[in-house]
Design a protein around this ligand. Sequence first.
Ligand SMILES: *Cc1c(COP(=O)(O)O)cnc(C)c1O
Length: 834
Amino acid sequence: MTTRYSCSATPAPDLYDIEALSLSASALTDDFKRYYGVHLAQGKGCASGHYLFTALALTLRDRLLERMRVTQETYRQQNCKQAYYLSMEFLMGRALGNAALNLGLDDELKQLLNGLGLEYEDLAEMEHDAGLGNGGLGRLAACFIDSCATLQLPVTGYGLRYEYGMFQQRIENGYQQEMPDHWLRDGNPWELERPEYTRRIKFGGHTEYHRSASGWMEVQWVATNDVLAVPYDLPIPGYQNGTVNRLRLWKAAATDEFNLEDFNAGSYTDAVAAKNAAENISMVLYPNDASENGKELRLRQQYFLASASLQDILAHWVNRHGQDFTGFADKNCFQLNDTHPTVAVAELMRLLLDEHQMSWEAAWQITTRTMAYTNHTLLPEALERWPVNLFGRLLPRILEIIYEINARFLREVANHWPGDKSRLNALSIIEEGHQQQVRMAHLAIVGSFSVNGVAALHSELLKKGLFRDFYELWPEKFNNKTNGVTQRRWMAWCNPALTQLLSDTIGDDWITDLSQLKKLVPYADDPIFQQKWHAAKRNNKVRLAELVADNCGIKFHPDAMFDIQVKRIHEYKRQLLNILHVIHLYARIKNGETEGLVKRCVLFGGKAAPGYAMAKQIIKLINNVAKVINNDPAVGDWLKVVFLPNYQVSAMEVICPAADLSEQVSTAGKEASGTGNMKFMMNGAMTIGTLDGANIEIREEAGEENFFLFGLTEAEVHDRKGHYNPQQIIEQDADLKRVMQWLKSGYFNPLESGCFDNILAALTSPQDPWMTIADFRSYVNAQHEAGLAYQDQSRWLRMSILNCAHSGKFSTDRTMQDYNQDIWKLTPIGSPID
Ligand SMILES: *Cc1c(COP(=O)(O)O)cnc(C)c1O
């Protein structure tokens, strides 16, 4: 595309003959004032938080962008191998605190702003969360790119610049209400629009075959409705190392000629409407966590991301190497974050075959040497399948290529298992039936050289269950990469009290090497250190109590145990089990059975997918139970229960430092990994959990004496299927019987009769896949143990310190090193700045 943005023929090297921007307090202050007073033209009368935040963000952005340009130039000069993280979600949260920390300007900014009579924390609070993700999967992508920059790995994130991110949640009469999240309304000071790298994406139309002069069969995908993809870059700074990597997010825009056609036909308004249809592609994030929804617009989004990103990377290659793709696979690697961007397998084939005239064999070599797939869930409802009809209408050329991939793959299967028809059916990329479907996970596995799960148990279950046949065929493709979180955001930034104590005690190397935390072990029994640890935690609990008071009007006492479950609301995560325990505690208090009881503040938070009726009823139940308990004078301060609305990254930054007990109570075998569990552990919370996902590894690291374990194992859950009898379990457990009777009696819904009938039916069904009732007794027992442990303060502090000390494995720095060693094989590249 030649436009006003195209490179001019004469290079201008002296344009760059300038000094790097200073990080000194005086230079920062000057820039801050200039942005505020000149660039944003803010007068003396009114100091609006928004403009102050924006001026500060722009001051840092300049420093980030110059490093980002130099980092990219360095990668290019070194001609190094690069990896690309393709993800429909990047749950970034706020950027200011992270940027300041990673530029090493945290303290300077505090002082500088204080000198101007401003508070750094107040300005940071002005920033809107970038909520471009649902939950764990999107937040993982954000932690990954942070760690890659800190490790100086040449990795670029590719995603979508949704106009509307994850909805804002309000609670009305106990029910969730969804409000649109127009996060870009006040502008995004961090992004850089790059119109010069706009790409053109095809949709619809049909294919035509021509024999070229050289005898080559050429395929043309024609009569398409094209949409433009315009990139916006966000700087991703490494921790105080000069490296700034890039997150490139695509926005959809209408093409000019698209409008022109309709305009010439005399229908100007239709042309504008068509423009809207094109731009709809990046309008909104689908708010479904762990379930696919099969909407056409979603497939459009997926192809839009895959095609724009691959075209971007190929254009970069051609720019340097022309049409010679030998060596491409040695220099590039694509990591697919779940099946969402998996149409990239077929799109890379299309680009190599149709746009770069490569043979099928050569193109397939490149594709299967560069694609790597990460699976995030075993839940069948989350497995993406697209109707063949829809695919053919929207992406006819891509469907042809998928058919060809499948035909060749099935020949390989037939060779491997001669005469085994059932294997062909089980493995085929196309699922037969009254409506044929494209199985995206199968496309991902066939097209990739690496397939990984996200925790040890999950990766094992993939091999034994969901992908068993593929594992038999290609055992070498399968591997595990246990998730992590970045300690820069989830400790250093969000928990200053703990950070100070750690750095005073063991130095600050843990910020880039979390295994250093094991140096805390000798302090676990030290009473003086324990007191400091307690003071830091208490400080964080006061901060959370303020948030709860502001949002829910309920007082949390900071000496009570803070018992916390925050995550998406889903039946498999079993918020229901937690609320059954809350009702059990309430019944005990009401009956004067307070012997051995501990004072608790129970906090729930999380969003339900707008179409997930059961999850929304669970929110209503939590709110109703909370209301009854919080308003019952007989309860006093034994028990407080709140549902904190609008759980998001910035809320978790206040929540996880303040937790005593981390609720990780999913049905064994259902939570692929979990990452909330890791944030809590790092910040010194104890986990109460099942043997599920990364809980297993958390318990291994922490030691079984420092973990409250309960519940059926995955194997036991599996074996119970078919003869699970919840009614019988209820009959045989007086506590559980009492809880169920209270629920049934309408005690929590006096004026809303029947509103929890669905929940009761689900809990008591022999078909309940989550087996909540089966785990009630062992959960209550483990909770009792946790309560007793909390009452022995020195024992609790020791366990808290040891949990933090043993959390080193759960840094995404470790996760990224594992990906790099086994999959990407990149060389770290130092930055010439800093
Ligand atoms: C970490 C995080 C998650 C993931 O939590 P899980 O408990 O692993 O499901 C979801 N949402 C937000 C905002 C997070 O920070």
